[in-house]
Design a protein around this ligand. Structure first.
Ligand SMILES: Cc1cc2nc3c(=O)[nH]c(=O)nc-3n(C[C@H](O)[C@H](O)[C@H](O)COP(=O)(O)O)c2cc1C
Length: 183
């Protein structure tokens, strides 16, 4: 796929199904992630791949977190929360692993990890896969962070849901002039 075609027409895909990425496709995805711009070559990121039955364990962790906040959570909300990770065959948890650095503040390191996340969804799209970047409460909840082994100094940048697209919408094309000023 032409690079500009990819950049201009990538869309997120909330409705995903099997098959998920092959191991070769995942390898390409991670290689792309590692090419994110990175001040100081810190590599301020790490990734968890969650697929197959591990998604159910992640769903149980989401539910545990939600019940910590609200032990009276309605059964249908419990079911919805537990099933969240089942919305795609494979998830990548993108984690910003920020360190103390004399020249590179935490914000820059988190932006780098965000760029890695963007490279992941672009590499997915380039290979004909669908992808959706999600966060929500479950990206910030201490119970989830602890259950995933995410350190207090680390941030979950997002869950990238990956799979085959049920359908892809056409990318809206915006007028860039509304956002750009010649200074
Ligand atoms: C950091 C971040 C977190 C996001 N979290 C969610 C989310 O939790 N749920 C959701 O529906 N969309 C979320 N989105 C938005 C979608 O990933 C997507 O960008 C949006 O639906 C627009 O679709 P598009 O990428 O095709 O333009 C998030 C995007 C970013 C960058």
């Amino acid at each position: 796929m032409d690079a500009l075609e990819l950049l201009h027409h990538r869309v997120s895909c909330p409705a995903l199904m099997e098959p998920g990425p092959t191991s070769e496709q995942l390898q390409n995805i991670y290689q792309a992630a590692l090419r994110a711009p990175d001040h100081g070559a810190i590599r301020p990121w790490r990734f968890l791949t969650v697929s197959g039955a591990s998604r159910e364990r992640l769903g149980e962790l989401f539910l545990k977190a939600a019940l910590t906040d609200n032990p009276e959570l309605a059964p249908e909300r419990q079911e919805k929360t537990r099933n969240m990770p089942l919305r795609a065959p494979t998830l990548i948890v993108v984690i910003a692993a920020v360190c103390d650095h004399p020249k590179v503040p935490p914000l820059e390191q988190e932006i780098s990890a965000g760029c890695a996340a963007q490279n992941i969804i672009l590499a997915a799209h380039a290979q004909g896969l669908g992808a959706m970047w999600r966060t929500g409460d479950m990206a910030y909840h201490p119970v989830v962070k602890s259950g995933l082994g995410v350190e207090a100094t680390e941030t979950i940048i997002g869950y990238i849901y990956l799979g085959s697209a049920k359908k892809l919408r056409t990318a809206p094309q915006h007028e860039h002039e509304a956002y750009v000023t010649e200074w």
